[in-house]
Design a protein around this ligand. Structure first.
Ligand code: SF4
Length: 454
C-alpha cells in the first residue's frame, strides 16, 4: 500500500475525533464562498497564544486491538486497515508543512497491539519530527489509556497539547460499550498530565530552558447521545474534570451512528447536534460566567432546554435575581443577565466609572438589548416592560427552529430543517409537514410552554 492510500484511510478514520476545533464537519465548497470543510485531513486548532493553526489530522494506525462498539475502527468491523511507520508519518508531516498546507499535527491512533507499543511508535514519529527535522510547529497528541506513565511523560515532552478521551460519560456505559477500556486507565494519565504540566510551568517560571511538558495543557472528548446519561450527569462530570485535572477543554461529540448494534441508537438516528450545542453553551457558562453545574440543572430538570440557551433558562427560573442595576451591580451579577457577556460586563464596569449608563451606552458597549432590556434597570428605571409573551419571544433561540434550503439538483431547491434544529421540528417534517410550518408549530408550542413557566 502506498503512502497516499495510507493517508486516505488514516485521515478518514480520524474524522470522528472532535478534540480539535473544526473536526466532524463535512461541508463541500460552495459557489460564491471561499474554502470548504473537507470530511477529513486538515483541521484547525487554537494555540495557547490564540492563533488559529491548520493541522494535519491523522491516526497513526486504524488497526485496533479493541472492540468499542460505537467506533468504525473497532476490531470486529470490516474496513481497510493501515498503519504508518514513524518515519513515514514524520516525512509526510514535514512534506505538508514545507508545501504550506499545514502548520502542525493532530495525531491519534487506534490501539496497535497494545497501548505501550502504540505509544512507542507515536513517540518515535514525534521524536523524528522534533529532533531530526527540528520541527517546531504545534503538535496535539492523543494519549492511549493504559500506557506506561513513562511513555506518557515522553509524549508530553514532545507534544504541545495532550488529550485522553474519556469517551463515554459513565463507567457503566464504558463497561457496556467499550469493555477493553477501564475508567482508571483513562483517569490515571489525566492526573499525571495535570501534575507534570503544573510542575513544568513552575520550572519554566524559574529556569527559562527547563523542558516544557504539554505547554498547551490537556483536553478530552465525550460522546453524547450513544448512552442514556442525562445532561446533568454530563455537566457534573465536565465540571469535576475541569476542577480536578485542570483541563483546557472538554469536547462533546454528538453520536453519529456508524455501526448497527442493539446496544446503540439505530442507524437512522439523527446526531443530537442541538444537544451538543446546548452542552457547549453550558460548558461556556462554567468556564467564563462563574456558573456551577448544580445551578444549571437539577434532579427534577436533568436536561437542558432545547429551545432556550442555558443562561436564559436560568434567568427564567430565577426571577428573584432580577432586575440587575447596571450602574452598581458587581461584574459577577452582570454576567448572569441574558445578553451580557464577559467582554460587555467588563466594559460596563469600566465605563460606569466615567458616567451613568443608559440604553444608548449599553448598546455601544455591545450588550444584546433584545434580551437584556427585560432583566436590568438603568439608574433605577426599567428600560422595557414587555408582556410575558414578548419576553418569551425574545428569549427563544431562533436556531432551534431553523429551516434552510437544500439544493437537490441543479434547479430543484427544497427547504428542510437545519441539522441543529430541534428534534420536534425534524419529527414533524419527517411526518410530511412542510418544514417551515413544522418549525412554526414547534415554536408556537415552545412559546406557550415558556409563557406558562414565567
Ligand atoms: S480503542 Fe476503541 S475507540 Fe479507539 S480506535 Fe480502538 S475501537 Fe475505536
Amino acid at each position: 500500500m502506498d503512502l497516499a492510500q495510507k493517508l486516505e484511510i488514516l485521515a478518514d478514520s480520524a474524522k470522528y475525533d472532535v478534540a480539535c476545533t473544526s473536526s466532524g464537519v463535512d461541508r463541500p465548497g460552495r459557489h460564491g464562498s471561499l474554502g470548504s470543510c473537507a470530511a477529513a485531513g486538515i483541521c484547525h486548532a487554537f494555540t495557547p497564544d490564540g492563533r488559529c493553526v491548520s493541522l494535519l489530522k491523522v491516526l497513526y494506525s486504524n488497526a485496533c486491538a479493541y472492540d468499542c462498539s460505537y467506533c468504525v475502527n473497532r476490531r470486529s468491523n470490516d474496513r481497510p486497515r493501515a498503519s504508518f511507520t514513524p518515519r513515514e508519518l514524520a516525512e509526510l508531516t514535514i512534506g505538508f508543512y514545507r508545501r504550506n498546507y499545514i502548520e502542525g499535527l493532530f495525531l491519534s491512533s487506534a490501539v496497535l497491539g497494545s497501548p505501550d507499543r502504540t505509544m512507542e511508535l507515536m513517540i518515535e514519529a514525534l521524536r523524528i519530527l522534533r529532533q531530526e527535522y527540528r520541527f517546531n510547529g504545534y503538535i496535539h497528541a492523543k494519549t492511549i489509556p493504559g500506557a506506561d506513565p513513562l511513555l506518557v511523560e515522553r509524549l508530553g515532552l514532545l507534544a504541545d497539547r495532550l488529550s485522553v478521551n474519556i469517551e463515554l460519560p459513565s463507567e457503566g456505559s464504558l463497561r457496556e460499550l467499550a469493555p477493553d477500556k477501564k475508567k482508571s486507565a483513562i483517569l490515571r494519565p489525566m492526573g499525571q498530565i495535570a501534575v507534570q504540566s503544573a510542575a513544568s510551568r513552575r520550572d519554566l517560571a524559574v529556569y527559562k530552558r527547563a523542558p516544557a511538558f504539554a505547554p498547551a495543557g490537556q483536553s478530552t472528548q465525550m460522546i453524547i447521545g450513544a448512552t442514556p446519561e442525562s445532561d446533568r450527569h454530563i455537566l457534573n462530570l465536565t465540571e469535576a474534570l475541569y476542577k480536578k485535572y485542570a483541563l483546557k477543554r472538554v469536547f462533546f461529540s454528538a453520536y453519529l451512528p456508524v455501526v448497527a448494534d442493539r446496544r446503540l441508537p439505530a442507524l437512522t438516528t439523527r446526531p443530537p447536534l442541538l444537544r451538543e450545542h446546548r452542552l457547549y453553551q453550558a460548558d461556556w457558562l462554567l468556564r467564563y460566567y462563574h456558573f456551577s453545574a448544580g445551578e444549571l440543572l437539577s434532579e427534577a430538570e436533568p436536561n437542558l432546554d432545547p429551545y432556550l440557551d442555558p443562561k436564559c433558562t436560568w434567568a427564567v427560573r430565577h426571577p428573584e435575581f432580577f432586575p440587575v442595576e447596571v450602574n452598581t451591580a458587581p461584574r459577577e451579577e452582570l454576567l448572569r443577565v441574558p445578553g451580557i457577556g464577559p467582554k460587555s460586563a467588563l466594559r460596563i464596569v469600566q465605563a460606569r466609572r466615567m458616567q451613568r449608563l443608559g440604553l444608548p451606552e449599553l448598546k455601544r458597549i455591545g450588550v444584546v438589548l433584545k434580551r437584556a432590556q427585560y432583566f436590568i434597570t438603568c439608574s433605577g428605571h426599567a428600560p422595557a416592560r414587555g408582556t410575558r409573551a414578548e419576553i418569551a419571544g425574545a428569549l427563544l433561540d431562533p436556531g432551534a427552529f431553523g429551516v434552510g434550503v437544500q439544493q437537490l439538483s441543479l434547479d430543484d431547491f427544497a427547504p428542510k430543517p437545519l441539522p441543529a434544529a430541534a428534534p420536534a421540528v425534524h419529527e414533524l417534517a419527517a411526518q410530511g409537514v412542510a418544514p417551515a410550518q413544522a418549525a412554526q408549530l414547534v415554536r408556537e408550542e415552545a412559546l406557550t410552554c415558556l409563557v406558562k413557566r414565567m
